[in-house]
Design a protein around this ligand. Structure first.
Ligand code: PMP
Ligand code: GLN
Length: 379
């Protein structure tokens, strides 16, 4: 078979999680919580199934869940969407991103991504014949230089993909960034895809600026979110996508032949949970406590802690600890110190090793303590 993705292997998340299991190491690599989910979610899941939500739902998703999403977008951002035509429930953020790219990108279209970039964007662009243009950001702050950004725009630019807050940079876009972007896309036909899966995991009371808040961006944006991140249920693989009617109607042409609709009882469970139980502030508070605990524990080591503004990842610069390349260092850490992490070079297309790795701190206390006990030995 002639590969459509000749340069793609298994993802770094699979690779490191497999190595962690083989080495019996604490797995702080792939981003997923290891603590139990709220029993109410499980109860609502059973209830959904008992109530008979076991067959196909309407293609855009369970109406109760779409209502909960609209309420969330209004309460958080004063953003309004039409419940029938502008919101679609998806099989996680990954499927939403894949389908949005499939909807928009034709062969030869240019798509701008910002590196370090989450891993699923580029292969999908490539599958649909798009040409990826990359803005490269650097440690320690991963700040966008908007002059460099402007230089990437051409008359072939079709789509720009943002991940805000950024995985793995953890950076949140500032108002000044948003205003630069508004100026750049004004009077163009450029579409935006805003991956906002970590929107509710932001720290130190930093305000999160969704593209949905700005009409100049909202009118051309697909906004993607993940219930996996919101409710600590990455294995449920549910998320959603929002877009203006015209964009969504094209999106749905693809979506209906991609999955048609997604898991029914869990849509019921999430809707009920959002209505009756969920407190958004608690999520950030819970993760902020874990972030602070992990950072404090590593503060006395030779790891240099980079800023962690959001997400459940802590990036560290290990240049004072080892001269190994970042992937080799992650393997060494897993094999010898029994803690698995993700190398930042995996988020860059062209080789870029700034000696930075990422730890996931979405873990129960005993997992964090075990990891810390192993990591402080590196000193
Ligand atoms: N985007 C980013 C930035 C992510 O970190 C992830 C992983 N959760 C996804 C998308 C995919 O989300 P999901 O698991 O809902 O497909
Ligand atoms: N989003 C998760 C991370 O960044 C990984 C998801 C996956 O394994 N594809 O670690």
């Amino acid at each position: 078979i002639q590969s459509k993705l000749p340069n793609v292997g298994i993802t770094i998340f699979t690779e490191m999680s497999q190595l962690a299991a083989k080495e019996n190491a604490v797995n702080l690599s792939q981003g997923f919580p290891d603590f139990p989910i709220d029993a109410k979610l499980t109860q609502f899941l059973e209830e959904g199934s008992a109530k008979g939500l076991n067959q196909y739902l309407p293609m855009p998703g369970y109406i109760g869940l779409r209502e909960a999403i609209l309420k969330k977008m209004y309460d958080s951002h004063k953003a309004t969407y039409d419940i029938e035509s502008e919101i679609t429930v998806t099989a996680g953020a990954t499927q939403a991103i894949f389908t949005a790219i499939a909807t928009i990108v034709k062969p030869g279209d240019e798509v701008i991504i910002i590196e370090p970039a989450y891993d699923c964007y580029e292969p999908t662009i490539q599958l649909f014949g798009g040409v990826t243009k990359r803005l490269i950001l650097h440690k320690p702050d991963y700040v966008i230089n908007w002059e460099d950004f402007k230089n990437l725009i051409s008359n072939k630019t079709k789509l720009i993909i943002f991940n805000n807050p950024g995985n793995p940079s953890t950076r949140i876009l500032r108002e000044s960034d948003i205003q630069e972007l508004i100026k750049i896309v004004k009077d163009t036909d450029i579409f935006l895809l805003s991956d906002e899966v970590y929107e509710n995991i932001t720290f130190d009371n930093k305000e999160y600026l969704s593209f949905a808040r700005y009409s100049e961006l909202k009118e051309r944006s697909f906004i993607v979110a993940s219930f996996g991140k919101l409710l600590h249920i990455t294995g449920w693989k549910l998320g959603y996508i929002l877009a203006p009617k015209e964009m969504m109607s094209e999106y749905r042409k693809v979506h209906q032949y991609n999955v048609f609709c997604v898991n029914s009882p869990s849509q019921y469970a999430i809707a009920k949970y959002m209505d009756e139980v969920l407190d958004y502030h608690e999520i950030a508070k819970m993760y902020q406590a874990k972030r602070d605990y992990f950072r404090n524990a590593l503060a006395g080591t030779d790891f240099k802690l980079l800023n962690c503004e959001a997400t459940y990842f802590q990036a560290v610069d290990y240049s004072a600890v080892s001269e190994l390349g970042d992937k080799d260092f992650c393997k060494h850490l897993t094999q010898v110190y029994k803690v698995a992490a993700i190398p930042f070079s995996a988020f860059y297309h062209n080789f870029m090793d700034e000696k930075v790795i990422r730890f996931c701190f979405a873990k129960k206390q005993e997992t964090l303590d075990q990891a810390i006990e192993n990591l402080v030995k590196l000193k």
